[in-house]
Design a protein around this ligand. Structure first.
Ligand SMILES: [Zn+2]
Length: 247
């Protein structure tokens, strides 16, 4: 069954709730959250280290380590998650195909029962199930959607592509708060980093309104407040733990 192609019919969504994570909005969503993760995590890390008043080189080292550690962690997590999702998906589809092949009548009744539960009259549910069971490909797709709550397009994503996208988006978010420290040091770098990160947090928050259709200003300000709070807390912790390294 591996690599089997389905004709996919647009569908309002399976019983098990919305499973639609694919498509362009899914990729946009993943990109926005990847950048956001990198940004918030490295802003907090860099401000914590900078708050301790260490040498500029130490801030840069911590920022690069934070960027790489986070990006690898996100990439690895994404790889495993997509792989496992795909394996589970393939196993369920395989079992379902086997059942449709070996017990078509039981599967037809099962499908009819699902439509009766959805409120269709018995005779209509029966006819619908019979028609849908005629073509094995349609039968399998219908069972996948109606019974298992799976979207046949789901699980076909590439784990490597998902992992790479995660890595790149996290790294680009994490790079922003680090940039000023590559060109300046001390208070000037901290201020520039705060301004750059603040603008980026606001931008990411506002970009999320493509998904939520809420006010861009409110969403941007909320993201900025969350990021600023995280950075302020780690900065104060850094200051409290200031052990006088470097300087
Ligand atoms: Zn079935």
């Amino acid at each position: 069954m591996r690599g089997r192609q389905w004709r996919v019919v647009p569908h309002p969504g399976p019983i098990g709730g919305e499973q639609h994570t694919g498509g362009r909005s899914g990729a946009l969503r993943a990109a926005i959250f990847g950048v956001n993760d990198g940004l918030v995590s490295n802003v907090s890390l860099i401000f914590g280290v900078a708050g301790a008043g260490v040498d500029n080189q130490v801030v840069i080292l911590a920022g690069i380590a934070g960027l790489l550690a986070g990006a690898f962690s996100m990439g690895a997590g994404e790889y495993i998650s997509v792989r496992v999702q795909r394996e589970v998906f393939e196993r369920l589809i395989h079992l379902e195909a086997h059942e449709i092949g070996s017990e078509p009548e039981a599967e037809r009744e099962e499908l009819a029962a699902i439509y009766v539960r959805k409120g269709l009259p018995d005779d209509l549910a029966d006819r619908l199930a019979t028609e849908l069971m005629r073509d094995p490909a349609v039968a399998l797709e219908t069972h996948a959607r109606e019974e298992l709550g799976l979207d046949p397009q789901m699980g076909l994503g590439s784990p490597v592509a998902a992992a790479s996208a995660s890595f790149v988006t996290f790294a680009s978010g994490a790079l922003l708060p680090l940039l000023p420290f590559l060109f300046a040091s001390g208070g000037a770098a901290i201020l520039a980093s705060a301004a750059l990160s603040g603008a980026a947090l606001f931008g990411v928050g506002a970009a999320m309104t493509y998904l939520t259709a809420r006010g861009a200003f409110y969403s941007g300000a909320r993201m900025l407040a969350i990021g600023a709070a995280a950075a302020a807390i780690t900065y104060l912790v850094g200051k409290a733990l200031d052990v006088g390294v470097g300087v």
